[in-house]
Design a binder for this molecule. Structure first.
Ligand code: UDP
Ligand code: MG
Length: 320
């Protein structure tokens, strides 16, 4: 019979050979201190370095280490989802592999969970070692998102969190392809609380979230939790027509009652450029939604597992 597992720690990894050893060591020492059964569930998101080989080595010598090996890079949010699908614990903790999220905080999360909370998320009160640009854009994003949606998504909170088995089961029922996991956990509801922490620097290696991925994640968050951006078209359209209407009177007045000659070109080209810019942006916003609707209709599986280590590979669920 399978051993009962109290805690599952889900760790998405993508090219993390520089930190993985230290992460494993720190997680082991924190989880051993709980004196309860746990599993370290690594999800290798198509790493091109030695990450997978190192993790396979750990799983050979340590029963608590499990590895899901993806067939290619599917992205951080999908890797977390796979971890939740395979996790067996009564409580599931999602944590980054680069030690920006201190493993020691898990103990605090567990305390809260034992007090009866179903979701304990870690709120960043300070971020160390990240660029001014990243901090500012991240902070702005969380605030825009919060203002755009009715779902109570906490600000300055990443995916580092503990969720109860019940919440995890509900998450499994969500079939969205473009996933913004931290938002979905809020959407599911239940009793949620925060623990605060100072986000450390990445221990080694460099960020696996270049600007492009950051942009994709924030657009996923915005588009899957709000349709306010679409309303932008209505509002800007109305505002601009009003401005155009007022300008019409000014032009008419000049034509009929003054001698000032109309110096057409400059103003025309400026207005032309400005308006086509606005129209294209609004079209792009509509496109972001349509692209995602397209993704949803394709019914492709969320991820493909090449192999599992330390546990059995699950048969793929057929979505009808
Ligand atoms: N990650 C992943 N797939 C990706 C990108 C990142 O599994 O395509 C993992 C990465 O290994 C790390 C976590 O997601 O464990 C967060 O990535 P990172 O620390 O690079 O992001 P940042 O903290 O810079 O936002
Ligand atoms: Mg990081």
């Amino acid at each position: 019979m399978k051993k009962h597992v109290r805690y599952s720690i889900v760790i998405p990894v993508y090219n993390e050979e520089a930190v993985i050893h230290e992460t494993y060591r720190r997680l082991k020492s924190v989880m051993n201190s709980t004196k309860e059964a746990y599993e370290l569930l690594f999800v290798n998101d198509g790493s091109r370095d030695q990450t997978a080989a190192i993790l396979k080595g750990y799983s050979d010598g340590d029963d608590s280490v499990k590895l899901i090996d993806f067939s290619r890079n599917f992205g951080h949010q999908i890797a977390i989802t796979a971890g939740m699908d395979y996790a067996r614990g009564e409580a599931i903790v999602v944590i980054d592999a680069d030690l920006q999220d201190p493993p020691e905080l898990i103990l605090e999360m567990i305390e809260k969970w034992k007090e009866g909370y179903d979701v304990v998320y870690a709120k960043r009160v300070q971020r160390k070692g990240e660029t001014f640009f990243k901090k500012q854009t991240a902070s702005l994003f969380y605030r825009i998102l919060r203002a755009s949606t009715d779902v109570d998504i906490p600000v300055d909170t990443g995916d580092f969190r503990l969720i109860d088995r019940r919440v995890c089961e509900e998450m499994k029922g969500i079939q969205e392809k473009n996933r913004f996991v931290r938002g979905l956990v809020s959407w599911v509801g239940f009793k949620q609380t925060a623990v605060e922490y100072v986000r450390d620097e990445r221990l080694a290696g460099e960020t696996k979230y270049p600007l492009k991925k950051m942009l994709k994640l924030s657009l996923d968050g915005l588009t899957t939790f709000s349709y306010k951006p679409l309303k932008l078209a209505t509002y800007t359209g109305s505002l601009l027509s009003l401005a155009g209407f007022i300008y019409m009177f000014i032009v008419l007045y000049q034509k009929l009652f003054t001698d000032s000659t109309v110096e057409g070109w400059a103003s025309l080209i400026v207005i032309q450029l400005f308006f086509s810019g606005i129209v294209l942006i609004l079209l792009g916003i509509v496109g972001e939604y349509i692209g995602r609707i397209y993704d949803e209709t394709k019914n492709r599986p969320l991820y493909i597992v090449r192999e599992c280590y330390g546990m059995e590979r699950k048969e793929r669920q057929v979505v009808s």
